[in-house]
Design a protein around this ligand. Structure first.
Ligand code: NAD
Length: 333
């Protein structure tokens, strides 16, 4: 083996071990040890090395996996359809790769995209049977999540029963559990007043609150939920991502009012600029925008890679300047 490959192999090992430790702190302990921007930097360094040395890519690499293992203190739920992550891009060059993938399968200038805020919370799968909420689970490692049904039932803006016509007999909605900024500030003040440790950010507060064994604690935490997709379903649904979201709304499910349908790449850029401007004024944290090919048929044609769909991408905002210090660890927020 040439020494260049040996160096790359050693570096891949180091970065993988580091990311596994960060993942454990973030997904299992709900207590990140580094800012997201640093995690993303290491993740992309590893991804680049694996692209440069494809023979060194292992199926167990953190770049091939979703999230973290489900906590054993919860009953485990096997997702009937895996819950994937999203491809992340941080600059227009990488965004061009996504647009190129779309272009390979359709006429980009005429392609409709469903554009959504990238909510900064944690993903959940919620199953309704005959319109009644029967099960809720975290994403976990994408295949197995934690049963958090009792906690999810306490989320104020989520209906226990759907309303309206033609509701599928079985419907899995997927979306983000998050905490409003104002609720987060209040919660942290309460924790500090009580001499307890505050949460680093609303995302970790939401994750820590949802993954409480005692649903009475989850009930008093200011959690909210927005749907952004459908998993399994038995019944009829529109063949467009945007129309599906509107349909979920008609059945009484909460969705972000920022979701829009635009045509072509230009529409995507305009949406990004627009929401980046109003980001600070939104009641909840977002860390980017998600571009999704609107047509479900085209989504199916584009398919998936290991941990993410090829028909969607998250365009993340650059890390903000402000710095928060918790337990001597600095966090960009
Ligand atoms: P991600 O957060 O980059 O993207 C996927 C997730 O986005 C989905 O699972 C879903 O929860 C969420 N999402 C929000 N709005 C959505 C929408 N409209 N449509 C679809 N999904 C939407 O991916 P991830 O795999 O959950 O986490 C990776 C990210 O988490 C990293 O990029 C990093 O920022 C952060 N992280 C940080 C640390 C750390 O130590 N600081 C550790 C691990 C992960």
């Amino acid at each position: 083996m040439s020494s260049k490959i040996q160096v790359a192999e050693q570096k891949i090992k180091e970065l993988s071990t580091l990311l596994e430790e960060y993942n454990y702190q973030y997904y299992v302990q709900d207590a990140p040890s580094v800012p997201d921007a640093e995690y993303d930097r290491v993740f992309h360094e590893l991804k680049q090395l694996e692209t440069d040395y494809p023979n060194l890519l292992s199926a167990n690499s953190p770049t091939q996996k979703v999230g973290g293992a489900a906590l054993s203190k919860f009953e485990q739920v096997t997702h009937e359809l895996p819950m994937l992550s999203l491809d992340n891009v941080f600059d227009s060059d990488s965004l061009n790769d996504f647009m190129q993938r779309v272009m390979d399968k359709s006429n980009l200038a005429e392609t409709a995209f469903c554009i959504e805020p990238k909510l900064d919370g944690l993903a959940a799968s919620i199953i309704y049977e005959n319109g009644v909420l029967v099960q809720a689970a975290t994403r976990g490692d994408g295949l197995t999540g934690e049963n958090v049904t009792e906690n999810v039932k306490t989320i104020g803006n989520l209906p226990l029963k759907l309303r309206g016509e033609n509701i599928p007999t079985r419907l899995e909605v997927r979306g983000e559990v998050f905490m409003l900024k104002a609720g987060f500030e209040k919660l942290n003040k309460k924790l500090i007043d009580a001499g307890e440790k505050p949460f680093v950010n609303p995302r970790n507060a939401a994750a820590g609150s949802l993954r409480q064994l005692d649903s009475k604690i989850a009930a008093i935490r200011p959690l909210a939920f927005y749907c952004y997709s459908v998993g399994i379903f038995e019944g009829e649904l529109p063949n467009s991502q945007y129309d599906r979201i509107q349909q979920l709304k008609q059945w009484g499910l909460p969705v972000s009012s920022e979701v829009k349908r635009v045509i072509g790449e230009q529409g995507c850029h305009e949406f990004y600029d627009n929401i980046a401007e109003k980001r600070a004024a939104l009641a909840y944290e977002i860390d980017g925008v998600v571009y999704k090919v609107d047509d479900i048929g085209l989504q199916q044609k584009m398919g998936f890679v290991a941990r993410a769909p090829r028909w969607a991408t998250a365009y993340k905002f650059p890390a903000e300047e402000a710095v928060t210090v918790v337990d001597n660890v600095e966090f960009q927020v």
